[in-house]
Design a protein around this ligand. Structure first.
Ligand code: ATP
Length: 242
């Protein structure tokens, strides 16, 4: 389980995150939503060690990861899938996946881990020898997530995986996330602008505004909260499942 308390971070003298608290039990998905510039990507960077927190604590399965280098945090079991699906375009899908395995914590062969990724994203199976840069946007996102999974993380944090993708691919990717949390007991933190899609798969939602958590609750509770709905979900948002 991921347990974050009082987390603050920023860039040079600019403080962006202000005392963020959140908890994600194993097997659950926490969606983080909020307007552009709310600090969602900054939160993920502070979790994964790309950005050093200025205050607060990040605990993973009882271990304090605060202030560790990104490689150490990855090795401890937190995989970060950053925005814009950063695959290595000239390397094949197979090599992109292999690169994700270097921090793996548990035993088991790379082949078994790769088989798991291909079971989750079957459309990658026929494209293993294709340069990743020639894949569609959705397929590249699958490679980026698959690469994170090759390290067998306990916690997966994803930054806007639906960005620019057709609804069918968004549905495929979110179905894979649902499978990962229930069948593999992963704790997932999902930053999303696509609120409807995120609410369908989330167990809990955090709303951020100017670097602070301004609301927390189940998707149904937040949709039922007039203040949250009008300020953060858009005026015509009537149900999480429509
Ligand atoms: P979006 O939904 O647009 O991706 P976000 O909620 O993820 O937004 P962040 O990217 O975390 O927001 O940005 C939060 C604030 O931090 C913004 O004001 C942004 O300008 C600032 N910021 C982000 N990255 C940097 C950086 N490398 N250097 C300086 N300021 C930054």
């Amino acid at each position: 389980m991921l347990d974050v308390s009082g987390l603050s971070a920023g860039y040079d003298k600019l403080q962006v995150l202000h005392e963020v608290d959140l908890t994600v039990p194993d097997g659950q998905l926490l969606a983080v939503i909020g307007a552009n510039g709310a600090g969602k990507s900054t939160l993920l960077r502070a979790l994964s060690g790309l950005l050093r927190p200025t205050a607060g604590r990040v605990m993973l399965a009882g271990r304090d990861l605060t202030g560790l280098a990104a490689e150490a945090i990855a090795a401890a079991g937190l995989a970060h899938v950053p925005e814009n699906r950063l695959v290595f375009p000239s390397l094949t899908v197979s090599d992109n996946l292999a690169l994700g395995g270097w921090t793996r914590r548990r035993s088991g062969t790379a082949a078994a881990r790769r088989a798991h990724v291909l079971e989750l994203f079957p459309r990658l199976a026929t494209r293993l020898d294709q340069p990743a840069g020639t894949l569609s946007g959705g397929e590249q996102q699958m490679v980026a997530i698959g690469r994170g999974l090759m390290a067998e993380p306990k916690v997966l944090v994803l930054d806007e995986p639906s960005l620019g993708l057709a609804p069918r691919l968004v549905a495929e990717i979110f179905a894979a996330l649902a499978q990962l949390k229930t069948e593999h007991d992963l704790a997932i933190v999902l930053v999303e602008q696509n609120v409807r899609a995120a609410f369908r798969v989330a167990d809990e939602v955090v709303v951020m505004d100017r670097g602070r958590v301004v609301a927390t609750g189940s998707p149904d509770a937040l949709v039922g909260d007039d203040r949250v709905r009008s300020a953060y979900l858009g005026g015509n948002y009537s149900t999480a499942t429509s």
